[in-house]
Write a protein that binds this ligand. Sequence first.
Ligand code: 0O2
Length: 237
Amino acid sequence: MEQQQINLGEGIDSWKSMIFLYQSAIKEVTTKLEILNDEFQNVHQYNPIEYIKSRVKSPESIVKKLKRNGYESTIHNMVEHVNDIAGIRIVCSFTSDIYKMAAMIGKQNDLTVISVKDYIKHPKESGYKSYHMLLTVPIFLSDKVVNTKVEIQIRTMAMDFWASLEHKIFYKFEGDAPDYISKELRECSEIVSVLDDKMLSLNQAITLAKKRQEEERRTEGIQIGERKIESKKRFVS
Ligand code: 0O2
């Protein structure tokens, strides 16, 4: 008999079952990401992912977010209105890897992409850059399948460095930092973009130089081989 497929929120009414589902969703998606990364390494001898971090949002943070958006702290509101209770952060080497990862995730049949926010092409006012995907993953329980929300943030190491420090700084000011600090943070965000662009073009230049070197070595090898055959022929005659 086919299991009933429901969305998280329908019939899940306790904190414990809700957190269990979010933890399971993180496990499912993280495994998928690790497989994609390993496959990429196998095919292209290259890892697009530097590292993956994940967390279930703390109860205080969930309640704070609900309050900020004018909602009461109920399980229903948490499930409906807090999209990043299960959060996964993928940190990539280069900006191009972010879009490769996003495309690979989008192609996974059992994941449903609900929305995408490209804060790389359209950075936030703060200077924040990252690629966000909100998706659902089916969690197979003994008596039903529950589609559970996960927010994936994909960014480069430089973007992650900026966001982590900015988060800490803003925490200290509780979101009310003096203007000159916000301005300097925006300037730092621009420096991060310049650094990412430079590292990307450097990587492209290195790949090209390596390819040329290999071609030159191959041609050299062929020429040496031909010369050896030629001198052997002369020796025999
Ligand atoms: P924390 O403490 O990191 O969990 P949504 O309901 O999803 O549409 P939301 O949550 O505002 O609305 O979505 P958005 O803009 O995609 O942001 C979600 C998360 O992105 C935030 O979660 C942060 O982790 C990160 N983020 C967004 N803007 C900034 C920023 O300006 N600076 C930094 N450092 N991070 C940012 P939380 O719950 O706000 O925070």
